[in-house]
Ligand binder design. Structure first.
Ligand code: RNT
Ligand code: ZN
Length: 397
C-alpha cells in the first residue's frame, strides 16, 4: 500500500476523507500581498512622507524596482505556492509614476489586470494612506484641515472604483481594505474629535454604491505603530462599531492587538456581528513587526476557527508581512505555503469527534483526541497534494 493510501486509511478511521480535504484545500483562495516584494515602497517615485509606523527592515538584494519586476517575483513565488490565489495590491503599485493619489484611475492598473487574468488570479486592493507628503502631522482622514481630509477621501473613493473594476474584469470579488496610520506619538488631549472626523470621512468614502459581487469594503484597526504609540484614531472598537453599523467587512491583522491577544479567538465572536471578516495574517514579534508567518500554534488556530465553523464564504484570508532581510520570493513562498499547510491541518482535524466529546462533557476524551490527532500523518497528505499540483513538497534547501 502506498504511503498516501496508509495515511488515507488512518484518517478514515477518525472520520476524515483525505481526498475531500485536498479538494477543499485547493479551492481556498489565499490573498498574497504584493508589498513583500519591494519592502512596501511602491512605484510612484515618491520617497517622502510619514511611513505611519510601518517599518520594513533589511537590505537583501533583489527588491523589485518596478511593476514588471514585482510581477516576475510573484510568478517565481507562485511556482511553489499551490492552490487558488489572489494578489493584494496597494494603490502605489499601479503604473502611477507622477500620478497624484487623488487622480488614480482603473487605467493605471490595466497591466495588473492583464497579468492576473493570464494567471487566473484574483486581485484585492488597498488605498495607500502613508508615505506621502499629504500625511500631514501623521494624520489623513482624521486631519482637522478639510483640504487634507478631502485629498484622502478622493483617493479612497477612487480606490473603491479601481477595486470594483478588478472585480468586474476578473469575475471575482475584490476586497478593498482601508487602513490609515492616523494617531499621536504621545497622549492626546481630545480622543473623540479625530474619531468623529474619521467617521465623517469614511461616510463620504463609502457613499457610492457598487455591485457587492465585485467589491467588498473592509476596514482595518490597529493598536499602535512606531512613532504612533500614544493614540490610534482607528482603534479596534472604533472600526468594529463602524463595520457593524455600516455592514462592512472588518479586517483583523495578527499584529494589531495587545501582545497576548490573538485574532484566532476573535473570529467566532465577530462572525456573529459583521457580515465578512478579512484576515491579515502576520507574525508580530514584540510589536507589529510583520515577520514571515510560521506554521505555529496561532496560524493553525486561525485556520481551525475558519474551517471548524464553516466560515470560508465569510472569512477572506490574506497575508500581511514584509521582511527585507531575506530573499523576498522565498519569504512569500514560506508564508503562503504555511498558511495552506495550516488550512490542511484544520481540514484534517477530527472535529466531529471533538465536538461529540465536548457535548458529552467528556473533556478527557476531548483532550485525548486533540493531542493524539497531532501525530496523524498530515505531512503525507501535504506531499500528495503538492505532487498533484506539481509544486515542490519542500522548498529546496
Ligand atoms: C499596517 C497594516 C496594513 C499594512 C499594509 C501595507 O500596520 O497592517 O495592512 O501593513 O496595508
Ligand atoms: Zn494589515
Amino acid at each position: 500500500m502506498s504511503i498516501y493510501k496508509q495515511a488515507k486509511q488512518a484518517y478514515s478511521e477518525v472520520g476524515i476523507d483525505t481526498d475531500a480535504a485536498i479538494f477543499a484545500l485547493d479551492a481556498i483562495p489565499i490573498s498574497v500581498h504584493c508589498w513583500q516584494g519591494d519592502d512596501v515602497r511602491g512605484f510612484e517615485g515618491l520617497s517622502t512622507g510619514d511611513t505611519g509606523g510601518i517599518q520594513a527592515t533589511g537590505n537583501h538584494p533583489g527588491r523589485a524596482a518596478n511593476a514588471d519586476e514585482l510581477r516576475k517575483s510573484l510568478d517565481a513565488a507562485f511556482k511553489t505556492i499551490p492552490g487558488a490565489a489572489k494578489v493584494n495590491l496597494h494603490a502605489m503599485y499601479g503604473d502611477v509614476a507622477g500620478v497624484s493619489r487623488d487622480a488614480i484611475e482603473p487605467k493605471h492598473f490595466k497591466s495588473w489586470v492583464d497579468w492576473a487574468k493570464s494567471r487566473k488570479l484574483g486581485l484585492d486592493f488597498n488605498p495607500t494612506m502613508f508615505a506621502h507628503p499629504k500625511v500631514e502631522n501623521g494624520l489623513t482622514l482624521s486631519h482637522p484641515d478639510k483640504g487634507v481630509r478631502e485629498f484622502w477621501i478622493e483617493h479612497a473613493r477612487r480606490c473603491r472604483a479601481i477595486a470594483a473594476f478588478f472585480g468586474l474584469s476578473l469575475g471575482q470579488l475584490s476586497t478593498m481594505n482601508l487602513w490609515v496610520p492616523d494617531g499621536y506619538k504621545d497622549y492626546p488631549a481630545d480622543q473623540l474629535s479625530p474619531r468623529r472626523r474619521l467617521e465623517d470621512s469614511l461616510d463620504e468614502i463609502f457613499r457610492d454604491h457598487y455591485d457587492p459581487t465585485c467589491l467588498l469594503d473592509s476596514v482595518e484597526s490597529k493598536l499602535f505603530g512606531i512613532g504612533v504609540e500614544g493614540y490610534t484614531v482607528g482603534s479596534h472598537e472604533f472600526y468594529m462599531g463602524y463595520a457593524v453599523k455600516n455592514g462592512l467587512a472588518l479586517c483583523l491583522d495578527s499584529g494589531h492587538f495587545h501582545p497576548t491577544e490573538v485574532i484566532s479567538s476573535k473570529i467566532s465572536a465577530l462572525a456573529l456581528y459583521v457580515p465578512k471578516i478579512l484576515l491579515h495574517v502576520s507574525r508580530p514579534m514584540r510589536w507589529d513587526s510583520d515577520h514571515v508567518v510560521l506554521l505555529d500554534d496561532e496560524l493553525i488556530a486561525i485556520a481551525r476557527e475558519v474551517i471548524r465553523h464553516n466560515l470560508l464564504d465569510r472569512v477572506h484570508i490574506g497575508l500581511d508581512y514584509f521582511d527585507g532581510s531575506i530573499d523576498r520570493v522565498t519569504a512569500w513562498a514560506i508564508g503562503a505555503r504555511n498558511m495552506r499547510k495550516a488550512l490542511l491541518i484544520a481540514l484534517l482535524e477530527p472535529y466531529r469527534l471533538l465536538q461529540k466529546a465536548e457535548e458529552m462533557f467528556n473533556y478527557t476524551k476531548r483532550l485525548q483526541i486533540m493531542e493524539e490527532s497531532k501525530t496523524l500523518p498530515w505531512t503525507v497528505v501535504w506531499d500528495e497534494y503538492c505532487e498533484r499540483k506539481e509544486v515542490p513538497k519542500r522548498l529546496k534547501i
